[in-house]
Design a binder for this molecule. Sequence first.
Ligand code: 13P
Length: 253
Amino acid sequence: MRQKIVAGNWKMNNTYDQGLKLASEVIHMVQDEVKSDVKVIMCAPFIHLSGVSKLSQGVAQVHVGAQDCSAKEAGAYTGEVSASMLKSVGVSHVIIGHSERREYHAESNTLLTDKVKQALANGLTPIFCCGEPLEIREADQQNAYVKQQLTESLFDFSAEDIQKMIIAYEPIWAIGTGKTASSAQAQEIHLVVREHLAAQYGRDISDNISILYGGSCKPDNAHELFSQPDVDGGLIGGASLKSRDFVDIVKSF
Ligand code: 13P
């Protein structure tokens, strides 16, 4: 059985106090309302992580994630935050290769390999993002595009390492636009991702890797998306900023 996961990506939102209030509401609602075995991850801005992690201590279902980490281990890299620093404040997961980082910070597939290496070396679970821009979707080239992202960033990792990762498929045209992929579109490309992983690492391994969908996932479309056989949960942006909406998505399986 693959792990069901709902991760919230807060992006650059909320002051410290607002973030802690949101986290506290989510933690309480999850404890009160979520009876399934879904794993909940809150990916907060760096400065919130220590506080969110203290709040979630002892709550087995709730985990704390960062939105990025440095590709370097330590040293003179002004402004960067290393994977070992994240680990030291109780972070367990880290988003790597979000399309906003790829676009606004020119993160390449090879740089992302180094970030994944740092995450794994420090015992963090990478949530590795892939997904195509609109023009690639319109040209019907999304399958090849996403396969190439995965091959170039991840396929030098061992079978043991790949099993420690979560993959998130996020079509760029669906992020923050209110235009979600249809459940059929999501299933189709999630299967492409799974088959691609199977071709490289074997079916047993690929069958156990959780693949999340991200892009305008909301309480009213989450159930339909999560019902698809190869959609194992979601990476939620806007709707993760409202505790009620986020927890309703967590309850959508
Ligand atoms: P939205 O849910 O706001 O579309 O964002 C998705 C996303 O980018 C999550 O990482």
